[in-house]
Design a protein. Sequence first.
Length: 387
Amino acid sequence: MRFDYPRTALHVLRLANSGFAPVTPVRHSRYAGGLTDFWHARILRLGDGFAVSRERHVASGPSIRATGSRVSTGILVNTTFLETLVWLTRLKSFSRTAEKLNTSQPSVSNRINKLEELLDIRLYDRGARQFELTPAGRRILRHAEAIVSLSSELRELAASDESEDIHIRIGVIEVATMSWLPSYIEAIAKSFPKASFQFGTGTSKDLLGQLKRDEVDLIFVSGPLNEPNIGTSEVCRMRMSWFANPTIFDCDRSFDISELADLPVILSRPESSGYTSIVDYFRSCGISHVPQRHNRITLDCVYSVSTARELAVSGLGIIALPTFLMEKDVKSGAVAVLQVKQTLPPFELVVAYKKPMIKSAIGHLIEIANDCVAQYSSARESKDMWR
């Protein structure tokens, strides 16, 4: 019997757990990284762990082979040991890992030592200043992450339904709160009636830091992102425009970007993605500095879109924002679109999560977000947001 791996890996785990047949994952480039020296893993009982035979990997091809008889020899590796290895690699601290897993530091050390004994390899370098995997440990980690993720998903799917008691922490930037977030909250409340959700706002940099520290499970931030162990998916793109108070600035003519150097630009704080994108926009056109209030007043203390909007309406400077955010102000005449020859790049919103995806509900939450964004953008007359 052959199964495509990893697409049907969860089904194979179910077969193994039911006692239908011991299953041997064979090398696959996505999970094994093309390794030819990793042992066959025969999954026997997911609740207790999985058995790893001593025979070397000899088969090839992206498949899973199911044999017709049970494994007669092997060693049982508890999935708790693998989860401990995954978190210890992330946190690089025995004490922090113990706190994360709600156990003691000696227990963490014991699990790693036991795992090394069972696999007969050295997982980490004892002489390093902080926790650092050996080459063999890095090879094991790839499979450990996959097994931990699958076991977590299987446990959640084995529950009565996906509305089981779960707690998800979600971080969003302000652009999302001012558009499709209300409908998103309503949709996930219906899909997960027994779950609890905690929402927080912040800059993209702050939220990314929280995700890395496992303080949130899912974040909606500006993209693109290229971070190790972070999975991302594009949610939408938004048209960007320059805005200004028409009673203060001449909004009836077209500007070249070089002329913007004579106008004060309202910026968010330097560590924000909004600041970086505007600086890069000017630099791409050969301008090394961003003009501000006559070089005397630095408007780099803007912490929210609403604050930035008020400053633009008051005429303190020009500002670049997603077009839809200023729609009402443009219609009322409080601000006008400043025509600039050099088009601003669109704003990209992405959703990010830690890899491996420990909570299976995360995937469902991402799908719901995509649906909400699609509905929000399709309901708008102006096509200034798209997927």
